[in-house]
Design a protein around this ligand. Sequence first.
Ligand code: ATP
Ligand code: MG
Length: 721
Amino acid sequence: MDVSELLDGLNDKQREAVAAPLSNMLILAGAGSGKTRVLVHRIAWLMQVEHASPYSIFAVTFTNKAAKEMRTRVEETLQSPVGGMWIGTFHGLSHRILRAHHREANLPESFQILDSDDQQRMIRRLLKAMNIDEKKWPAKQLSWYISARKDEGLRPKDIQAYDATEQLMLNVYTAYQEACDRAGLVDFAEILLRCYELLQQQPTLLRHYQQRFRHMLVDEFQDTNSIQYQWLRLLAGGENNIMIVGDDDQSIYGWRGAKIENIKRFLQDFDADTIRLEQNYRSTATILKASNALIQNNSERMGKSLWTEGNQGEPISIYAAFNELDEARFTIGKIKSWLQDGNALTDCAILYRNNAQSRVLEEALLQEGLKYRIYGGMRFFERQEIKDALSYLRLISNRNDDAAFERVINTPARGIGDKTLSHIRDCARNESLPLWYAAKAVIEQQHLAGRAATAVTRFIELVEQLDEKLVELELAEQAKTTIEHSGLLAMYQAEKGEKGRARVENLEELINACGQFELPVEEEFSSPLQGFLAYTSLESGEGQADEHEDAVQMMTLHSAKGLEFPLVFMVGVEEGMFPSQQSHEESGRLEEERRLCYVGMTRAMQKLYISHAESRRLYGQEKYHSPSRFLRELPEECIEEIRIKTQVSRPASTNRFSASVSHAAFEDSGFNLSQRVLHPKFGAGTVLNYEGSGAQSRIQVNFDDVGTKWLVTAYARLQAI
Ligand SMILES: Nc1ncnc2c1ncn2[C@@H]1O[C@H](COP(=O)(O)OP(=O)(O)OP(=O)(O)O)[C@@H](O)[C@H]1O
Ligand SMILES: [Mg+2]
């Protein structure tokens, strides 16, 4: 390929960066200015012009998917394969080095990676052996302490305990590390730290890699943490050159130890030059102007200005939804018209602050038969905590459900170990019994030692008691009681950090899902619980689109980093949701939330919708939120507010779940309770309920063929018959 072609499609500043002489460089630039593009072209340039071998190139990306894409883009640009090039995440690349040098790293050849569940299970075992009360010292909190120390590059010997509390955590760290080393196990944080230490302690090895990786490149540098920075510094400390690209305004992992200051440290430590890119190629002028205005409210920015030659584009639409269901309906409606206009689903993304928010949207998409893909996360009913809770419910409603039994017998931990379980499994096999009955038989035959027998008996009693309790309750209460009494809630509440919080929120959202569940009329179930369980298992098996299928992209704002989509919806942009409640409590968090909002808005290329709901039922509670402060920070000329206009206006009765409906409200709708109506798609039905007022009002109809549905009155096109 011709050299000039490598520089085609780049502006002057980008060319300057791509064709710069070998040196250390920082590309500091706002969203959509072509940082990632520059990185790709730089790699191609190094190979083509500097005659660098693919073996000498080492590139770090933020996700494995980004690594794959980058490799493909380099190959496309060069039109040749670049197999020997090292490209991956910090974890992936460190792991690769550890595999190659496991002996020097004091690891067995077959060393295994411990995921966070395994890690906690291990800590729990140690706590027992050390006689430490797990209620006071939850395993999750300890694992968090250990990982945070490792992320700072600290081993137990490097830490001076402040007080008795820290001393205890330190003792657990020590014991945990010994146990991992004995068993040949490494957790995520260990992968980085171990690799760092390996390179530090083995000068020959370090020199080897320093000489080999002449060219190092790092994307999304603003989100590196301490150990990653030290690791880079060590590896890039020889004859090699390093180019980092980043945007201080997009640093969104401070809560996980990322340090924006690393950008400034880099400039000093590496004596690097800075190149700024200022032209944005991604978004319309309107989207860009609004994002710039938003981020200007942060202090201590490194300062960048972005401009575009692109057209003005449409204003950003802001939709004030009545509640989360209305928000989902609005979003899906817009996606349908996008599709009808001949566009692809895959070009639109729905972005939300918390994983739990996806459920209502998933259901609305399923209802319309639209494919979707959840990116970087699991579908709601496949999440660990949700599966735990559903397994209790399954076992309660069907004692023969062995999979459910296996999942919950020792979750939360109740001292039932592998030995006891294998006794039960043997008995089940020998006597052809489901595990539940085998467990009972094993107890009756007194085949278990005292403690194990007590633990199993307690478990059996727990499930039987729950079964009795549930009889009288409604579905949502059944779920709530089960989640609380099983100990699942307490277990997940004890998990500290963002993940633990998310799990508890998801459990609460499950209760919410039960509350909103409507039994399908066309199928027969012995109870609402049976119906709900059937629905969840179908739900989790279907709908998720295959990789190449055209599907709506759904993800958290965090996972959207680096990506772009023609059409973007940001949902749930309300005070208390986004910025999140917690961000008021910790200093600096509000600015991080604003950066997250900036990341979200700058994903949009052509059109951006932002919505907020007046009332939102999430985590099992209905809350009233005001629109996010971030919305007030957007210039008026960039936005348009969408309201559904009707002549009727009336003080709102906003509680969708209130059982009593005033007659006046019904009259507003033009329909009466139990009136027969005709819908163009769903056919004939009977009016059951009515809520809200004016534009926000909706009506519940039990259709003869398709069952009960809530419809927005203004859109429903119902006719009296
Ligand atoms: N000189 C250019 N001419 C035309 N299109 C460009 C140019 N530079 C970048 N682009 C396009 O602009 C979009 C944004 O580029 P890119 O993803 O590299 O930006 P970025 O700075 O890495 O963004 P982010 O901060 O979100 O990661 C891409 O679609 C890219 O192909
Ligand atoms: Mg990028």
